[in-house]
Design a protein around this ligand. Sequence first.
Ligand code: NAD
Length: 256
Amino acid sequence: MQLQNAIVLVTGGASGLGRATATRFAKAGAHVVIADLASSPGVAVAAELGKNVIFSPTDVTSEADVLAALAAAEANFGKPVNVAINCAGIAVAQRTISKKGPHDLAAFQRVLNVNVAGTFNVIRLVAARLSETEAGVDGERGVIVDTASVAAFDGQIGQAAYAASKGAIAAMTLPIARDLSGFGIRICTIAPGLFKTPMLAGLPEQVQNELSKTVPFPARLGDPDEYAFLAQHIVENPMLNGEVIRLDGALRMAPK
Ligand SMILES: NC(=O)c1ccc[n+]([C@@H]2O[C@H](COP(=O)([O-])OP(=O)(O)OC[C@H]3O[C@@H](n4cnc5c(N)ncnc54)[C@H](O)[C@@H]3O)[C@@H](O)[C@H]2O)c1
């Protein structure tokens, strides 16, 4: 599928990897809906990216919000969303047990709810709408890209909740690809290593340098546009489906 004239939903598109994806895709001629929390800078980001980009305030865990974002895309761009990039996500750092006692259960459930149920909520609603559309070249109707993390495979101390959520995103990639194959909808997951998004860019330079040294090659933090570049390739390469791709410069995270 070509990005030119594609209708793309980017969750978490107001910041970091999602913002970089919205930026790259809009430059390539796609129409983009940034679906991010009402409290995010989504309005300003959409305005900055130009007339092919709109913002729809969305909590990915809400069916009504996601349906509203899909409707906004169709109303503004005249066609349903045919590409969804799931970047919305949250993290928590807490050990299974600590001096404060056992891991807070509500915090564990919140991370699972946003990262897993939120991602799946978007997938199921986008796929349902796409299944009603006419197929294009190769019988293809649409492409979905999810975002896991290297924590899905080598989660660190304090990452039980985050790693569980990212492991679930990785694990559901193949069964969803199988579920949607009859409809001509592909899905792949990117598992990023360390990327220079607001979260990491806010750390002191010395800490950033220390983190960079843990990456074999290139020994630096990833540029969010490098994530967007892979998302673009997944959209454009019709043979990529059902796969989880690490994007990490050969990084394998240490216990801490
Ligand atoms: N930055 C990294 O190094 C890195 C590494 C591995 C994985 N990831 C994953 O990539 C994704 C993006 O990370 P980032 O670094 O760009 O983070 P970020 O915090 O810069 O952006 C995340 C965005 O998601 C939005 N969001 C949070 N909860 C939401 C909800 N319920 N509904 C809609 N939007 C919501 C936030 O408002 C924010 O704009 C996350 O899933 C993260 O776990 C990031």
